[in-house]
Design a protein around this ligand. Structure first.
Ligand code: NDP
Length: 294
C-alpha cells in the first residue's frame, strides 16, 4: 500500500518514520528542506507538490490546523488534483469538527473516504509508535484506516462520525491545559508556603489531585529544568479554542475551559508562536517570584 504523508512537523515526522519502515512512502512538507532531510534519513520519495503526494492509496495529513489542511486541497497543485477515486484520506491534525465535516464532504464528491484521526501521546509516543488515536468516520472507513494507523498507534478507537475524533481531542487538550495552569499555580503557592516542590509533587501523586501533568510532565520537564520544546503553546491554544467552540455549539456552560482558553491566549500573545505548552508555568513563576525546581 502506497502512502502519501503531508506535514513533517514535530509529531508528523516520527509518525511518518514508522510508515517508511512498512512500505512505499511519499512525503511532502511546506518547508521543502524538512522533507529532503526526512527522506535522506528514513527513505521516502519527496513530492514537489501536495498533488504529487496525494497520488497514493492512503493520504495522511498532520498539519497545524484544519484551515491549513483545507488550504492544501484546492488548486492545480492541490491534494484534490492528485487524489484517485477510492483512496483513503486520514487527517491526523488536531482539527475542528466543522472543518473536518466540510473536508469530508468535499472529498466524498471525488469518491474519497475521510476520517479525522487526531493523536495523543506526544512526540515520545510518536517515536515509540504507541499513540492513542481518536477516529471520527463511518464504520467502513474506520475498518480501512485502522491497519494503517497501527503503524504509529497503540490504542486506536472509533469514537463516532466525522468530527468526533476532533471533538474528543479538543476536550482532552482542554483538560491538559487546565491541569498545566492549575498545577503551576498550586506548586508556586506550595514553594512559597515552604513545601519542597519535589516532595509536594510526590505527595500529590500519591493523592487524588494527580494527573499526567503532575506524574510525568512537571517532574520530567519543570522540576529538572530540562523543559524540552515538543508541542507549541500556539497549538494547545488552538485546541482549547476548539473545545470552547464545542461547548458553545452543544450549549454546555463552560466557564472553567473558557478561562483556560483566555489564559492560554494571553500567554501565547506574551510568549510568541514558538513557545512550549508548559511555558505558561514560567509566567506564573515570574508573577509569584519563585521557581518550581528541585
Ligand atoms: P509543528 O508546528 O511542529 O509542525 C506543523 C506542520 O504543519 C509542519 O510540517 C508545517 O510545515 C505544516 N504546516 C503548517 N501550516 C501549514 C500550511 N498553511 N500549509 C502547509 N503546511 C503547513 O506541529 P506538530 O507536528 O507539533 O503538530 C501537528 C498537529 O499535531 C497539530 O494539529 C498538533 O496540535 C497535533 N499534535 C501535536 C503533538 C505534539 O506533541 N507536538 C501531540 C498531539 C497532537 P513547515 O515545516 O513548513 O512549517
Amino acid at each position: 500500500m502506497h502512502v502519501g504523508f503531508l506535514g513533517l512537523g514535530a509529531i508528523g515526522a516520527p509518525m511518518a518514520a514508522h510508515l517508511a519502515r512498512r512500505g512505499p512512502l511519499t512525503v511532502w512538507n511546506r518547508t521543502a528542506a524538512r522533507a529532503a532531510e526526512f527522506a535522506a534519513r528514513h527513505g521516502a520519495t519527496v513530492a514537489a507538490t501536495p498533488r504529487e503526494a496525494a497520488a497514493a492509496d492512503v493520504v495522511i495529513t498532520c498539519l497545524s490546523t484544519s484551515t491549513d489542511v483545507a488550504g492544501l486541497l484546492e488548486g492545480a497543485d492541490g491534494i484534490l488534483a492528485g487524489l484517485r477515486p477510492g483512496a483513503l484520506f486520514l487527517d491526523c491534525t488536531s482539527g475542528d469538527p466543522a472543518s473536518s465535516r466540510r473536508i469530508a464532504a468535499r472529498l466524498a464528491e471525488r469518491g474519497v473516504a475521510f476520517a479525522d484521526a487526531p493523536v495523543s501521546g506526544g512526540t515520545n509516543g510518536a517515536e515509540a509508535g504507541v499513540l492513542t488515536i481518536m477516529v471520527g468516520s463511518d464504520p467502513e472507513t474506520f475498518a480501512r484506516a485502522r491497519p494503517v494507523l497501527a503503524a504509529f498507534g497503540k490504542r486506536i478507537e472509533h469514537v463516532g462520525p466525522v468530527g468526533a475524533g476532533d471533538a474528543l481531542k479538543a476536550v482532552n487538550n482542554a483538560l491538559l491545559a487546565v491541569n498545566i495552569l492549575a498545577l503551576g499555580e498550586g506548586l508556586c503557592a506550595l514553594v512559597k508556603a515552604g513545601v519542597p516542590p519535589r516532595l509536594g509533587l510526590e505527595v500529590l501523586n500519591a493523592s487524588s489531585g494527580r494527573s499526567f501533568v503532575s506524574e510525568v510532565l512537571v517532574p520530567e520537564r519543570v522540576l529538572t529544568g530540562a523543559w524540552p520544546r515538543t508541542f507549541r503553546l500556539a497549538l494547545l491554544d488552538k485546541d482549547v479554542g476548539i473545545a470552547t467552540g464545542l461547548l458553545a455549539e452543544t450549549g454546555v456552560p463552560g466557564p472553567v475551559i473558557e478561562l483556560a482558553a483566555s489564559l492560554l491566549s494571553q500567554a501565547r500573545a506574551t510568549l510568541g508562536e514558538t513557545a512550549d505548552y508548559l511555558d505558561p508555568i514560567r509566567l506564573t513563576e515570574r508573577a509569584a517570584g519563585v521557581e518550581i525546581r528541585g
